[in-house]
Ligand binder design. Structure first.
Ligand code: 5GP
Length: 210
């Protein structure tokens, strides 16, 4: 990889807005270039849902292990979300950015705020559901969460959505394909930025030297 650093792409949304499917589509998009985008696997103290694998969706750890890593300054950010601890380890992010790989963080608004204060150039994308009704239907259809958990997530959605002003981009996830195209466009535009291209641009300029 070149000496140019990768970008940090933060994607937040209330749970049920379809962010996970959107992110999956982006990660599967072959046009982006193999290995050029890394999904940051967070640590969490919540229990795995059916089908989730340790090390793929999350590192599922005990509260003791989480707190030990936090005290050792092992997290870029961490927060309590829906009654559980979640955090992005530095190890997951920093070596990749340094290697020129873009890193995608699926984190909540509290985490996004912490990352922004440390890495102000991070690109922040907020995913909106088209309406409250659609969000509620999606949460209930998921059926992996208890009714109490659905109610808690709906209440949280209202608070989370009010934070959209802190984000650079807003994607309304009405149609998954269209929303995925928009998310991809954000990343592609970033890759075309002058800063990301500086090394290549300078090399091209050199070929014009007399
Ligand atoms: P879930 O338990 O449904 O997978 O995720 C619940 C919420 O936690 C989502 O809003 C998700 O973005 C957020 N989340 C997942 N990982 C992290 C993390 O490492 N840090 C923070 N701050 N939030 C996270």
């Amino acid at each position: 990889m070149s000496g140019t650093r990768g970008d940090l792409l933060i994607v937040s949304s209330p749970s049920g807005a379809g962010k996970t499917s959107l992110i999956r589509k982006l990660l599967e998009d072959r046009r982006l270039g193999a290995g050029s985008l890394h999904f940051s696997v967070s640590h969490t103290t919540r229990a795995p849902r059916t089908g989730e694998l340790d090390g793929r969706e999350y590192y599922f750890v005990s509260p003791e292990a989480f707190i030990a890593l936090r005290e050792a300054d092992g997290f870029l950010e961490s927060a309590e979300v829906h009654g559980h601890l979640y955090g992005t380890s530095r190890q997951e992010v920093e070596p990749r950015l340094a290697a020129g790989v873009d890193v995608l963080l699926d984190i909540d608004v509290q985490g996004a705020r912490q990352v922004r204060s440390r890495i102000p150039e991070a690109v922040k994308v907020f995913v909106f559901p088209p309406s409250r009704e659609v969000l509620e239907t999606r949460l209930r259809a998921r059926a992996t969460d208890s009714p109490e958990s659905v109610a808690r997530r709906l209440a949280a959605a209202r608070r989370e959505l009010a934070e959209f002003g802190e984000y650079d981009y807003a994607i309304i996830n009405e149609d998954l394909e269209a929303a995925a195209d928009e998310l991809r466009a954000v990343l592609v535009a970033r890759r075309a930025s002058r800063d990301r291209r500086r090394e290549r641009l300078e090399a091209i300029l050199k070929t014009f030297s007399p």
